[in-house]
Ligand binder design. Structure first.
Ligand code: GTP
Ligand code: MG
Length: 581
């Protein structure tokens, strides 16, 4: 392989690009309603949102910065509306109705407590015109808070649509396939590398899900704008770092920097005005007050926002709530700039080499299946910690697959300089400055080596450190020590107890052993139409046979034959996976 960099150019993840020419649905529907031309155009519009991930080939080196990607997505979100849709309403009629307000760039449907449509207009005027027409519902026995937003409901006041138009629109999936189905899919693949790729494809965020995440941020921004008209609400964490799985939570940050960061020029008159502001005792208490009032507003007036909790005394104060129309569990923070930098760093690592994302997805899926990680906070390893562990492992390959954070800092230019609350968060943003070494290891090798690496890692003495790319002596007594990449005195896995670490290590031993066995690591030659035999990566996702290790989550039982075979194997091996010689 000439360089890993070249490979990654061809496989850059897509975030979608706006159609260069917006579809003139308005015109076409008026001139050719009911003809094949309309159908073809509708099909094109749908394909643009449901088609393959598009590549960022318009960017230098085939990479798009996270900043550029976010700006594009935010623009799309601001031109979009979310409409609760009735499956009996005819799709053509719906589009024709909407297109009276402006050109439609893209649209798609999905299901979450009913069917919803996300519709992106060509311009914000389209949204404004549509909202102008929307009415405040009148319900006799209830009082409504007349809070207008871009979350709307569609009513069919006309005659019922004809039966052949009642099957409902085609909905885009917003959740991952069940684990048993994934195991079957993986078992049909011909190599472990293909299995890893297939798992990533099945789990990663889709174009539509990504758009929906930005739309929810945009709807939240509209609420917060009641207090701070110039604010923005941006996603961070796995929604945008490239490692998000369908169904992951939506981490958002209320960004007020655009308001406070404005520099005033010295006017010629020698006079200047400034706003009178209320002072808070500290930045933290200002953040708490802001989140508290916005939490109140989201709770009282935010359409679709339910179960609002104000978690203001946490290290990082936040609002937690469910956004029912999207099905997202949301965390809204403010003044959380280090988390934004962590997101940028993870995104950068994920873009450098496609093997990074594949391995992270696979390890995250494996860990969740065995109850090593959980969506509930507790004494277990978080997805963020696990991702850092994968990155560290990739830095330790020979030659390394990804550079150390210190190296990325050395490559930084003046514009990359970033110091947040005394922490140096500087690292290079220009991908073209990063030279990767020529490591040609396969995904199968890497997966096996990952398990081997952590099955034997000296956790009791050493700390994981992606800044140096080398294990360091542990500075404190904690079962697992992973240095926070930017707040270097902190341990990101401080919460992890010894039992959870032991479970992780035992599962790594077991998985490493399973990958060495020819019965489990050899493709079974799947024939179309037959039931696939579980093998390779799929075997690692079956319930563990290691004594004393049970996933916390109850799993649906595998077919009896599979369980019996597993039990026999355990007995044969005295329930102890042998160590690699
Ligand atoms: P999932 O939500 O589990 O899919 O992954 P996530 O990466 O989004 O994790 P999570 O929602 O727990 O956290 C959101 C983001 O906050 C992470 O991606 C990190 O950028 C940041 N973060 C989370 N935990 C820590 C931590 O302990 N230290 C630091 N510095 N950042 C963290
Ligand atoms: Mg998250």
């Amino acid at each position: 392989m000439a360089s890993s960099f070249a490979v990654c150019r061809c496989q850059v993840r897509g975030g979608g690009r706006l159609l260069r020419t917006s579809l003139k649905l308005h015109t076409s529907l008026h001139t050719s309603a009911g003809t094949n031309v309309v159908a073809a155009r509708e099909e094109r519009a749908r394909k643009d949102v449901t088609g393959q991930r598009m590549k960022h080939t318009d960017e230098k080196d085939g990479h798009k910065s996270l900043y550029a990607l976010q700006a594009e997505r935010q623009g799309q979100a601001e031109r979009s509306v979310l409409i609760s849709y009735h499956s009996r309403i005819n799709e053509k009629k719906f589009l024709k109705y909407l297109s009276k307000h402006g050109d439609i760039n893209k649209y798609f449907f999905y299901e979450s407590y009913g069917i919803y449509a996300v519709v992106e207009f060509g311009s914000r005027e389209g949204v404004a015109s549509l909202l102008e027409e929307a009415a405040i519902p009148s319900v006799n026995h209830e009082a409504m808070v007349p809070f207008k937003s871009r979350l709307l409901s569609l009513r069919n006041l006309g005659s019922a649509d004809s039966p052949n138009q009642q099957s409902g629109p085609q909905c885009q999936p917003q959740t991952t396939v069940p684990i048993n189905q994934l195991i079957q899919t993986l078992s049909k693949e011909g190599s472990i590398d293909q299995q890893v790729t297939s798992l990533t494809e099945a789990y990663q965020l889709t174009e539509e899900n990504s758009r929906l995440r930005f739309l929810v941020c945009s709807l939240l921004k509209d609420i917060a704008a009641a207090y701070f008209p110039e604010c923005t609400v941006r996603p961070f964490g796995s929604s945008v770092n490239g490692f998000g799985k369908l169904g992951c939570d939506l981490d958002m940050i209320l960004d007020l920097d655009g308001i406070s960061g404005r520099k005033t020029k010295m006017p010629r008159s020698g006079l200047s005005l400034e706003y009178q502001l209320k002072r808070a005792n500290s930045e933290r208490s200002a953040t708490q007050s802001i989140l508290s009032v916005i939490g109140e507003c989201v709770d009282q007036f935010g359409p679709g926002c339910v179960g609002v909790q104000k978690i203001l005394n946490a290290r990082c104060p936040l609002l937690r709530f469910a956004h029912q129309p999207s099905g997202f569990q949301c965390d809204l923070t403010a003044n959380n700039r280090v988390a934004i930098k962590s997101t940028e760093l993870l995104y950068l690592y994920g873009e450098l080499d496609p093997r990074v994302r594949h391995l992270v997805f696979t390890v995250r899926c494996w860990a969740r299946t065995h109850g090593i990680t959980s969506s509930i906070p507790g004494a277990w390893i978080s997805n963020f910690s696990l991702t850092v562990m994968v990155l560290f492992f990739l830095q330790r390959r020979s030659p390394p697959i990804i550079p150390t954070l210190d190296h990325l800092k050395d490559l930084a230019g003046p514009a990359d300089k970033s110091v947040i609350e005394g922490n140096d968060c500087t690292f290079v943003s220009d991908f073209s400055k990063i030279q990767l070494e020529s490591n040609t290891e396969t995904l199968e090798q890497l997966l096996h080596e990952f398990f081997e690496f952590y099955a034997t890692f000296p956790f009791s003495k050493m700390s994981i450190n992606i800044r140096k790319g080398k294990e360091q002596n542990k500075p404190e007594v904690a079962p697992l020590h992973i240095q926070n990449p930017f707040e270097i005195s902190l341990n990101v896995s401080k919460n992890v107890n010894a039992t959870q670490l032991e479970r992780f290590v035992a599962l790594c031993q077991e998985s490493s052993w399973l990958l060495q066995q020819s019965e489990t690591s050899t493709p079974r030659g799947y024939k179309e139409g037959s039931t696939p035999t579980t093998w390779g990566l799929a075997t690692l996702l079956l319930p563990s046979q290691v004594a004393g290790i049970k996933g916390r989550k109850k799993r649906r039982l595998e077919p009896a034959s599979v369980r019996i075979k597993g039990l026999l194997e355990s007995l044969k091996n005295n329930q102890n996976p042998p160590k690699k010689s």
